[in-house]
Design a protein around this ligand. Sequence first.
Ligand code: AMP
Ligand code: ZN
Length: 472
Amino acid sequence: MTDAKTYLYNTLSKTVEEFVPNEPGKVAMYTCGPTVYHFAHIGNLRSYIMEDVLEKYLRFVGYDVKRVMNITDVGHLTSDGDTGEDKMLAGAKREHKSVMDIARYYTDAFMEDCRKLSIKKPDVVEPATNCIDDFIHMIEVLLEKGYAYVAGDNVYFDTSRLENYYVLSAQKEEELQVGVREDVDEDTNKRNKTDFVLWFTRSKFDNQELKWDSPWGVGYPGWHIECSSISMKHLGERMDIHCGGVDNIFPHHTNEIAQSEAYIGHKWCNYWFHINHLNTKSGKMSKSKGEFLTVSLLEEKGYNPMVYRMFCLLSHYRKPLEFSWEALDNVAAAYDKLIKRLKNLTEEGDVDKDGVAEFEKKFAETLGDDINTSSAITVLYDMLKSDLSDATKRQLTAHFDEVLSLELTKAFEEAEVDAELAAYVEQMIEERKLAKKEKNFTRADEIREELAAKGIVLKDTREGTLWSLEKA
Ligand code: AMP
Ligand code: ZN
C-alpha cells in the first residue's frame, strides 16, 4: 500500500473529498451494469472505461478491490422510471427472439466490447434474473418496515417516509425528469408522485415475457431494486464506491439509496462516482437516433479500439465529452506516434530505482487527484522525455499501463518481432547473394519466393538488396 492519498468528487457531498474506505486497505465497489437489449454505444463504454481506470488506480496504490456489476436483463423500462416498455421486451420484439436469447447475445457482445477496450471484468457479474428471490426478500422487509405499500397489485416504495429522498440529486419535484414528471399514464395507485415500483404485477404490458411468482402475484421486479439487492448480496451492507453515468443519478441511484437505507437502517454507500456523458454534435448519444456508434463500427472504419480508450482518457470524467471523427483521428495520430516512440526504446541501461519511485509517485498523485487521466498521460510523456535510461522508461511504461491499459507494452513485443524479422531477412539476403555468386540461380530465386510468401519484397539496387514489407 502506498501512502498516496486519493481524492474523489462525491456526488453525495458535491465536493472533492479524501477517499477513506470503510475497512483500511479494502474497497467495496459497485457498478451499474448494462441493460442488455442492444449493443452498448461508445457513450455507455465511456462510463465503463473511466470506472475501469478508477478500479485499476485503486489497485495500483495498493487497495484490495472487490468490484461487483449487475447485468440488467429485466425491469428497466424505457423511461428509467415506471412508464414505458421493458427495454428487454422491446429488444426481443425488434429481433423476433426470446428475451433470454437477447440477454445472452448482448451480454456476450458487451463483454467482447470490454475485452477490446481492455476493461477488466468485475470480480462478480450478476444477471438480475438470477436474483429474483433476493429482490422478493428485500421487498418483503420494506413492506414489514412500512416503507412500501401494495396498491393496484403493484408494490411501491413510499418516498414520503424518508426525511430526504433527494439526498443525492437535490431535485425538486418541478424539476423531475421527463419520464417521471410527465408520467404519461399517471399512475393513480401511487400515494406520492415520486413513489416508485418495487414489484410490478399490473404492468400495462400483458405480454411481459419473464414473470415470477411472488407474494403479490405473478410479476417482475423494478429496475432499481436490482442494484440495491445485488450489491448487498456480494458486498454487504456498507459500500465504499458506487459508480454509473450521470443519467443514473436520478431516478435510479436516488431510488437505490432510498430503498437500501430503508432496508438496512443506516447509511449505505459513502462515495458516488458519476461519469458525464459522451455526446455528439447533435446532443446526447443514443441507440435509436443518428449514427449508432459501437466499438465494431470504429473497427470497421479502421480504428484500433485503444484509440477510443485514449480519447476517453484525454478528458476528465466529470466533463461532458463531444465525439467527432476528426477528434478521434487526432487521437489516432497521437496514439500511433506514442507507440512508435515506445518501439524505439531499447533494453539498454540499468533500471534507476529512484527514477521509478519518483515517476510512480507523480503518476499516483495525479490520478489520486480525482482521477485526472489526461494529466496522468502527461506524466507518461514527461517520463519518456526525461533522461532516464530506456530500461527504466520501459519499466515505468509497463507499470503505468496497468492503469491506463492502452496496450503500450505491445510496442515492446512488436519491436522485438520487428528486430527478429529484420535479422531473418538480412540473413536470407546474405544467403541469396552467396547463391548468386556461386551461380546457383535456382536457390537465389527460391529465396526471393520464400520471402515473397511472407510478404517481404526484395529490390536489387546498386547499393545492394533492399527489402520492404508488402502493404496489406
Ligand atoms: P444502460 O445500458 O442504458 O443501463 O447504461 C449503461 C451505462 O452507461 C450507465 O452507467 C449509464 O449511465 C451510462 N451511459 C448512458 N449513456 C451514456 C453516455 N452518452 N455517455 C456516458 N455514459 C452513458
Ligand atoms: Zn444500477
